[in-house]
Ligand binder design. Structure first.
Ligand code: CTP
Ligand code: MG
Length: 227
């Protein structure tokens, strides 16, 4: 099944504490978001890539896209205040398609196997998201005192990509906007419509470049892939 991917890239990367959008930071001389784009450029099932970008970063991003020979970028949408606004702007801009994937431009190490499983599952059931089992013990606390230890066997760390039938996600995103609901991922918007969202087990390598230490891990992943 072919799909369109929507990449929110309009953040500012505050937690990275860099002097520019973290997506433009380089790992071994190549900007982070180009690694992400290359995964989809090389996936034969990916039909089109759409990016949500800040108005004043569009020119530099477009230049990199051209310089690195990324041919599948079909359009840009203007990012919004929140990630959810950026994703909605992109969903409203893309031509309707069967399955749409939403993937953080800041996750350059996504495995092709996970993308393929997500697309199949979304085609079959409507909604599927990438996740990995929680490794640590998780507890709830109030005022620094533990109130509860949560059963780890039921906990997943949620990543992107998140894959959906296009109409289903567009409707859920527009309903959330109308009702003033702000979620932290696309799945939440679909969950609140009462629809099931399926998990596809992903890899721990699919980390989001968020804080400075993530860059060290990112370089180590790239090194290990060279061997
Ligand atoms: N993003 C976006 N529009 C926003 C906020 C975030 O398109 N208004 C994008 C980011 O560019 C990133 C992805 O959503 O690719 C995941 O968000 P996050 O890791 O939180 O990135 P930032 O918001 O840039 O970082 P921070 O929260 O540290 O400022
Ligand atoms: Mg953010």
């Amino acid at each position: 099944m072919n799909y369109t991917v929507v990449l929110p890239a309009a953040g500012s990367g505050k937690r990275m504490k860099a002097d520019k959008n973290k997506l433009l930071l380089e790992l071994f001389g190549k900007p982070i978001f180009i690694y992400t784009l290359e995964v989809f450029e090389q996936d034969p099932q990916c039909e089109a890539i759409w990016l949500a970008v800040k108005a004043d970063e569009r020119a530099i991003i477009e230049r990199y896209v051209n310089d690195y020979g990324i041919t599948k970028v079909k359009g840009y949408a203007q990012g919004g205040m929140e990630r959810q606004d950026s994703v909605r702007a992109c969903l409203e801009a893309v031509p309707p398609c069967g399955v749409v994937l939403v993937h953080d431009a800041a996750r350059p190490f996504i495995a092709s196997r996970v993308i393929a499983e997500l697309v199949n599952e979304a085609e079959k059931t409507g909604a599927a998201i990438a996740a990995v089992p929680v490794k640590d013990t998780i507890k709830k606390a109030a005022g620094g005192i533990i109130t509860e230890t949560v059963d780890r066997a039921q906990l997943w760390m949620i990543q992107t990509p998140q894959a959906f039938r296009y109409e289903l996600l567009l409707n859920a995103a527009q309903a959330a906007h109308k009702e003033g609901f702000l979620g932290t991922d696309e799945a939440m918007l679909v969950e609140r419509m009462g629809l099931p969202v399926h998990i596809v087990e992903s890899t721990y390598e699919n980390v989001k470049m968020t804080t400075p230490e993530d860059l060290i891990y990112g370089k180590a992943i790239l090194e290990s892939r060279k061997q």
